[in-house]
Design a protein around this ligand. Structure first.
Ligand SMILES: *[C@@H]1O[C@H](CO)[C@@H](O)[C@H](O)[C@H]1NC(C)=O
Ligand SMILES: *[C@@H]1O[C@H](CO)[C@@H](O)[C@H](O)[C@H]1NC(C)=O
Ligand SMILES: *[C@@H]1O[C@H](CO)[C@@H](O)[C@H](O)[C@H]1NC(C)=O
Ligand SMILES: *[C@@H]1O[C@H](CO)[C@@H](O)[C@H](O)[C@H]1NC(C)=O
Length: 591
């Protein structure tokens, strides 16, 4: 989209939202949690909304986002930040899309609960329940109470008599002891309306009915939300005559796969819902951000079935709470719409929105002390013995010895760059940037020492788009061996293509910039990562040298500095984009 088109669109949108404000209803854009944020579960507690989303094997896992206005979402904690909360689970997980499936967040008697199922660790309890008195803090989340969970997507529901119930895929219901994890015999509640995979249940009690809202049809284009109700928690459940109550199946909408939702009330008593959706339509081919979180208004009159407003990019509905970015508490998390501006000065910690693929090895990622003995600074990364694609399944080290750190791609168009200070000593030592969906689907640009035909070692760029490799010599005049940093960049100027470039970090202009590869976003859409979404970040590896978990002794670390991610546009339909961040402010001010 040309800049002029964005400006024109901005004008049109401001005009329309002013009209909406006169009716007091609001206008906002989906997704509210852009990028890989599937299976949202959300609650409202004393003026603050909290959501949790699925993270599968990523670590830290189960992010908590908090908001006062349903538009500005701050990443305030992760439920799973310590390996000791679930000892041994992460490294035992071989699959790319196992781990933490859809969670439910609930608040009861001053305690926050997140319940989830962890897949892929045979022989151990897969149900996990975490508790917290302060979800704005990582450390407040408890170790897991584990329980046997034969089915995914546990819900948590307290009945008026104090009994606690867990509904899961199926849909089946069990009573749970929250302290011991003991579960009662399962009762079948409802099999849905005939779509595959009845799952993602949530129970709400209202006007004397138990409402059972579920997802059906699988998580792709046939995904939908359906509902049934009963006067008795164990049924029989009467399905609603107008199911599904939410779906974009069979449509040409840009937002596809709408389903797996949760409902909650705001402080004014208005109902809202969140669900997952994929900005992929109508062709459903290029969707590297995977399943994202969308918000929709809900009308739920006494004694009636809830009415969920269809999911679109531009929404209008109940008045939103006043814009408010003041989320109290530990306060060090970024808002999802904010750019990353990370310089990794000591004593900072690794920013909350940067995550690994499984628990990293102790000490593999640290912030180098300013003025340390080798005079290196920034994010210090120990090279992983395994390359990014070193698939686990064989010896255990494969899972542990991958060094990767990334953030969600949260914008249709963005620019990411980072400065790499790295002097490989032996062939195969490599560090670089990557667009990462799973270990089997990556687009990466590394700086690597390669043996050439005459057994000479040549410092090279290696661009690898899911196995399609090109190498280019690093210009000798850049002086990389003598400590000059290289700026590596990943950029999207259209939502279907990644462009990878490098330049000398110290050059004041980008005159040294060289484009080293482009690749289609379809490489990172679906396939081995149909449940997850693209992460943009860095990696370092000695590509299998050494033994056990370790690269050979003396292997140098890689240092990353000046990490920048800026969102440039958010598409809300195939042809319309809304500008983001600073760009958006500028457009409004100009008007
Ligand atoms: C709409 O907003 C105006 C001004 O704030 C207020 O006076 C009016 O009562 C509101 N109307 C409704 C239906 O809430
Ligand atoms: C759902 O299907 C299963 C398997 O066919 C059956 O055993 C169960 O009774 C059904 N549940 C309900 C509530 O109809
Ligand atoms: C305001 O939003 C609610 C919820 O979507 C909807 O039911 C109602 O019709 C809207 N009112 C107007 C005047 O558009
Ligand atoms: C290139 O990427 C493919 C697919 O991700 C991977 O299997 C292969 O090991 C990579 N090659 C190198 C040299 O990194």
């Amino acid at each position: 989209m040309k800049i002029s088109a964005i400006f024109t669109l901005g004008l049109a949108l401001v005009g329309r939202s002013a009209a909406a404000a006169m009716e007091n209803n609001s206008t906002y854009y989906n997704p509210i949690l852009p990028g890989w944020h599937s299976d949202p579960s959300c609650i409202h507690v004393s003026g603050t909304f909290y959501c949790v989303t699925s993270t599968f094997i990523a670590f830290p896992g189960l992010p908590i986002y908090a908001s006062k206005d349903l538009v500005n979402w701050k990443h305030v904690s992760h439920v799973w930040t310590r390996e000791s909360q679930l000892p041994g689970y992460s490294w035992a997980t071989k699959g790319q899309q196992e781990g933490m499936y859809a969670a439910t967040i609930r608040f009861h008697d001053d305690v926050f609960y997140v319940i989830c199922e962890y897949l892929g660790v045979g022989g151990k309890n897969s149900g996990v329940l975490f508790k917290s008195s302060d979800p704005l803090s990582d450390s407040s989340w408890s170790d897991a109470v584990t329980f046997p969970a034969p089915k995914i997507d546990p819900d948590l529901f307290w009945d008026d008599d104090g009994k606690v119930y867990v509904a899961t895929q199926g849909i089946i219901l069990q009573e749970m002891n929250l302290d011991t994890g003991e579960m009662s015999e399962a009762v079948s509640l409802w099999n849905g309306t005939g779509g595959v995979w009845p799952e993602g249940p949530h129970i709400y009690k209202r006007d004397g009915y138990y409402y059972l809202m579920i997802a059906e049809g699988g998580t792709a284009e046939d995904h939908a939300i359906t509902i049934a109700r009963s006067k008795n928690i164990k049924g029989p459940y009467e399905p609603y005559a107008n199911n599904p109550i939410l779906s974009n199946r069979g449509t040409q909408e840009y937002f596809q796969t709408v389903g797996h939702g949760d409902l909650f009330q705001d402080g004014e008593g208005n109902w809202w819902g969140t669900s997952l959706a994929t900005r992929s339509g109508p062709a459903y081919r290029s969707y590297p951000m995977g399943r994202e979180t969308v918000l929709f208004p809900v009308t739920w009159n006494t004694g009636e079935w809830p009415i969920l407003q269809p999911v679109r990019g531009k929404m209008s509905g109940w008045p939103l709470p006043p814009a408010n970015r003041d989320i109290p508490g530990s306060g060090d998390g970024p808002f999802v719409s904010d750019p990353d501006v990370y310089d990794f000065h000591e004593p900072s910690t690794i920013p909350r929105n940067l995550i690994h693929w499984r628990v990293p090895r102790d000490g593999a990622f640290t912030i180098a002390a300013d003025g340390n003995n080798n005079n290196k600074k920034g994010l210090q990364v120990t090279l992983g013995r395994n390359s990014l694609s070193g698939l686990p399944g064989g010896p255990e080290p494969a899972a542990k010895a991958v060094s990767f750190l990334g953030r969600r791609q949260t914008h249709s168009l963005f620019t990411f760059s980072v400065d790499l200070d790295f002097a490989p000593q032996a062939a195969g030592q490599e560090a670089g940037v990557v667009a990462f969906l799973t270990q089997a689907a990556t687009i990466q640009l590394g700086v690597v020492l390669l043996d050439d035909d005459d057994s000479q070692q040549q410092l090279s760029f290696r661009f690898n788009a899911s196995g399609k490799i090109t190498t280019t010599d690093v210009p000798a005049e850049w002086g990389v061996g003598s400590g000059e940093a290289i700026r590596l960049e990943i950029r999207m100027v259209k939502p279907t293509e990644y462009v990878f470039s490098a330049m000398l970090a110290s050059s004041s202009s980008s005159s040294s910039k060289v484009e080293l590869g482009t690749a289609s976003a379809e490489l990172l859409s679906g396939g081995s990562g149909s449940f997850v979404g693209t992460l943009i970040g860095v990696y370092a590896t000695c590509n299998g040298a050494g033994k056990g978990l370790d690269c050979p002794e003396g292997t140098p670390n890689a240092y990353f500095n000046r990490w920048r991610y800026t969102g440039n546009a958010q598409y809300i339909s195939e042809t319309e984009a809304v500008p983001t961040g600073k760009g958006a402010c500028k457009v409004r001010k100009t008007l």
